[in-house]
Write a protein that binds this ligand. Structure first.
Ligand SMILES: NC(=O)c1ccc[n+]([C@@H]2O[C@H](COP(=O)([O-])OP(=O)(O)OC[C@H]3O[C@@H](n4cnc5c(N)ncnc54)[C@H](O)[C@@H]3O)[C@@H](O)[C@H]2O)c1
Length: 312
């Protein structure tokens, strides 16, 4: 039963991972400052510290808890905010990571699993589905900070004997994703459709993304914990299936029974046109593959949201 620290464990993906670790019986410590995470997501059978990963207090928590493995999900993950305030983005995403890694290497942490982003480290890829050997051309400070974190993990993996697995997620969707504000398009569309409101699509709606269910993302984290190799490695966690925003909207409107029409708005500057992730390397190294079909995942997400909607 390895002691696991989960940063960002009050957030969307991190909280699902905590639930899975708790179910296995692993002792879990969540470190999260609740800037976007929610107290109600915190699993009551895990320890929880409301702490910022950049602080000496967070490093002290690592020294005290002595995790065998750190799952690092805490992040500044808003692309537009990273453009408006690149210093804050780098502070949280790069300095926060190094703070934990330095403390972890002091107390013998053996493994780090890092939530990277396949949608941003490649930029506009020449080939879709994209493999890990494709050129890395992040187009936002957020993408640069995720990629820099992977490079730091390369240094700690090779130089300090840690096993570091960077999982490059596609667009993750599922319960607890925040439908308000900047969160993923699946949550935003579903929220609007269930309220009987019309969705807005930027550009022609033919831009594609790789939508991967949070259940599959959690299983990739568990596989990385069990089968992550020595040294450092980066692996795509997606479905290899590009889905356009128009198709996604049509599927969600069908399941939610909402307004099938959309409001069209001008394309957003700098938005990627095509993104999908080849997962052959994760299959080979971790024995992982996605299991949730998009239509099943979306249908169950809509049902979940319908059941948990605030009345009125
Ligand atoms: N959701 C996606 O589609 C997606 C795609 C690719 C990568 N990721 C990565 O997965 C991770 C989790 O994303 P999510 O979608 O669950 O987002 P989320 O916002 O729900 O979770 C992030 C968590 O980190 C916490 N946090 C932020 N700054 C912190 C700080 N300085 N100190 C301590 N805690 C802090 C937040 O309170 C939140 O609970 C992030 O690293 C993100 O970059 C997500």
């Amino acid at each position: 039963m390895p002691r696991a620290m989960v940063t960002g464990g009050a957030g969307f993906i991190g909280s699902h991972l905590v639930d899975a670790l708790v179910r296995r019986g692993d002792p879990v410590l969540i470190v999260d400052n609740l800037i976007t995470g929610k107290r109600e997501n915190v699993n009551p059978d895990a320890d929880f510290e409301e702490t910022d990963i950049r602080t000496p207090a967070a490093a002290e928590l690592v020294r005290r808890f002595q995790p065998e493995i750190i799952f690092h999900h805490a992040a500044q993950m808003d692309v537009r905010k990273s453009v408006a305030d690149p210093l804050y983005d780098a502070d949280v995403n790069i300095r926060g990571l190094i703070n934990l890694l330095e403390a972890g290497t002091e107390v013998g942490t053996r493994q780090v699993v890092f939530a990277s982003s396949g949608g941003t480290v490649y930029g506009e890829a020449d080939e879709v589905p994209t493999t890990e050997s494709a050129p890395l051309r992040p187009e936002s400070p957020y993408g640069v900070s995720k990629l820099s974190s992977e490079y730091y993990l390369g240094y700690y993996g090779r130089g300090k004997g840690l096993s570091c697995v960077s999982l490059r997620y596609g667009n993750v969707y599922g319960p607890r994703q925040d439908p308000h504000g900047e969160a993923g398009v699946v949550a935003i569309f579903t929220g609007l459709l269930l309220e009987g409101r019309r969705c807005k699509i930027f550009g022609d709606g033919e831009q594609t993304r790789d939508y991967v269910h949070v259940h599959d993302v959690v299983s990739a984290n568990l596989a990385a914990m069990e089968r992550g190799p020595e040294g450092a490695i980066s692996l795509n966690v997606g479905t290899a299936m590009p889905t356009s925003v128009n198709t996604l909207h049509a599927m969600l409107a069908d399941f939610a029974g909402g307004d099938p029409d959309v409001e069209r708005a001008p394309a957003r500057e700098g938005e990627l046109q095509r993104s999908a992730l080849d997962f052959s390397k994760a299959r080979e190294v971790l024995g992982w593959r996605p299991e949730v079909q998009l239509c099943d995942g979306l249908r169950s997400y809509v049902e979940h949201m319908r059941a948990h909607r605030a009345p009125g």
